[in-house]
Design a protein around this ligand. Structure first.
Ligand SMILES: [Zn+2]
Length: 145
């Protein structure tokens, strides 16, 4: 998702970089605009009140629960809503087991990639170990000066 949303691409200076192949990122082919979908989900992670933002997105997409022999699936009326609805309902499922405060955006310089913190402590502030290490090195260099 971070590779498609406008704000993470801008923070990384990668606005002009080609978008990755959606199927290779998701592992499945979904109809819907990946950039618009990523931007909509980014707003949930970046929101002061993520649940309110997600609920607004779900109200707009109106995914209908469908119980099957394989479990719960979701249906939408418009094929263009498949990708944003899939991302939204996936996040909805995650939030059934985690507090909204565990969603966030990376605090490292030149990165606002999103993260979902499932750690025991719930203190995550960076999207990846790479950003955490980059932040630590920058802080160390700042102290050394
Ligand atoms: Zn990051």
């Amino acid at each position: 998702m971070n590779e498609f949303a406008d704000e993470p691409r801008a923070a990384a200076g990668e606005q002009a970089a080609p978008y990755p192949d959606v199927v290779s990122v998701l592992g499945w082919s979904a109809s819907g605009d990946p950039v618009a979908s990523a931007n909509a989900l980014f707003r949930v992670f970046a929101a002061e009140r993520p649940l309110a933002e997600l609920n607004g997105l779900l109200r707009a997409l109106r995914p209908v629960p469908v119980m099957t022999g394989q479990g719960l699936t979701w249906a939408v009326e418009s094929s263009g809503d498949v990708l944003p609805a899939a991302l939204s309902t996936c996040l909805l499922g995650w939030l059934l087991h985690h507090d909204e405060s565990r969603l966030g955006t990376c605090q490292a310089a030149r990165c606002v990639d999103v993260y979902a913190d499932a750690s025991p402590t719930g203190r995550r502030r960076f999207c990846s170990p790479t950003c955490l290490n980059r932040h630590k090195v920058a802080a160390h260099r700042a102290r050394a000066r």
